[in-house]
Design a protein around this ligand. Structure first.
Ligand code: F6R
Length: 256
C-alpha cells in the first residue's frame, strides 16, 4: 500500500486526478470506478480542469446506490453522479453506470451489474472513499471479503453520517445496493482518498490495523496496487507517517 499525505483536500484532489490522467494518457485506464460522497469531489473538480484530455471514451461504474429513492431524487447516486461526474467531465452518459436501486428484481439487477463490469473488461482504476466505520462502497463492518454486488443494510452510523445530504435522518434510506468487497478487489488499481479528522481512526485501522471484516477497508492490504491519498487531518491516527513521507521523498527514479 502506498500512502501519500498532503496538506489540503485540494492537494489530495490534484494528486488523485494526476494518477487518473496518467492512466488515461498511457492507455491503461478506460474503465473508471467512481465513488459518491464528499471525499472524491476534489478529484472530480481537479479532473474538470484538465483540458486536452478526452474523457468521452471513458466507461464508468459507480460503487453503490440507495434502494427506494427514485433515480430523479437529488440525493440518488444516479443524480449525484450525473451532477458531479458525468456533466462536469463531459462523459458519455450511456457509458456511465449506476446500480439500479429501483429495480423490481433487485437480486437480478445486482448480478447484472457485476456481469456488466466483467463484460467491460473489469475496472481499471477504482476511486474509493471510506466511511467513519471503515466501510468501502457500502460494505459495512462484518461484510464478507468474498461478497459480490448485493443489497446491504446501512449501519445507523452511516445513516447519521449521510443525514447531512438530506433534510432529516429519517429520509436517509436504510438499504442500498453496493459492489461487494470481492467485486472491488478485482479492480486492477485502487485509489482511496480520505479527508478530515473524522476519518483518522478508520484510516489507521484500514492501513495499519489487522485485516478484519470489522474494518472492511482493511481488505485493501491484500490488494497489490493500492494508493491511499490523505490530507493531514485524515492521517493523524497513523503511526508510520514519517516512514510514508520518507518513502515519498525517496521514490525510485522510474516511479517519479
Ligand atoms: C460512496 C461510498 C461510500 C463513501 C463513504 C465516505 O459511493 O461508497 O463508501 O465513500 O461513505 O463518504 P464521504 O466521502 O461523504 O465521507
Amino acid at each position: 500500500m502506498k500512502v501519500i499525505i498532503l496538506p489540503t483536500a485540494d492537494d489530495v484532489g490534484d494528486q488523485a486526478a494526476r494518477v487518473i490522467i496518467d492512466g488515461i494518457s498511457s492507455g491503461t485506464l478506460s474503465v473508471l470506478g467512481v465513488a459518491t460522497g464528499s471525499s472524491p469531489l476534489p478529484i472530480y473538480r481537479a479532473l474538470a480542469k484538465y483540458t486536452g484530455v478526452d474523457l468521452t471514451s471513458l466507461t464508468a461504474y459507480a460503487l453503490d446506490e440507495y434502494v427506494g429513492l427514485a433515480k430523479t431524487h437529488p440525493q440518488s447516486y444516479q443524480s449525484v453522479i450525473n451532477t458531479e461526474v458525468t456533466l462536469p467531465l463531459s462523459l458519455d452518459p450511456t457509458r456511465v453506470h449506476v446500480p439500479d436501486g429501483s429495480a423490481r428484481d433487485i437480486d437480478a439487477a445486482c448480478a447484472a451489474y457485476d456481469a456488466a463490469i466483467a463484460n467491460s473488461g473489469g475496472i481499471d482504476l477504482q476511486i474509493l472513499g471510506i466511511g467513519s466505520d471503515g466501510h468501502i462502497g457500502f460494505n459495512e463492518p462484518t461484510s464478507s471479503f468474498a461478497s459480490r454486488t448485493r443489497v446491504k443494510t446501512l449501519a445507523p452510523q452511516t445513516r447519521a453520517d449521510n443525514a447531512r445530504f438530506f433534510d432529516s435522518i429519517d429520509e436517509v434510506p436504510i438499504h442500498c445496493i453496493t459492489q461487494g468487497l470481492g467485486t472491488i478487489m478485482e479492480a486492477k488499481q485502487i485509489l482511496l482518498v480520505a479527508l478530515g479528522s473524522g476519518k483518522a481512526d478508520a484510516i489507521a485501522a484500514a492501513v495499519e490495523g489487522p485485516i478484519t471484516s470489522m474494518c472492511p477497508a482493511s481488505i485493501l492490504q491484500m490488494h497489490p496496487n493500492v494508493t491511499v491519498i490523505l490530507d493531514s487531518a485524515a492521517s493523524s491516527g497513523l503511526r508510520l507517517t514519517e516512514y510514508y513521507d520518507y518513502v515519498a521523498a525517496n521514490l525510485p527514479a522510474w516511479q517519479r
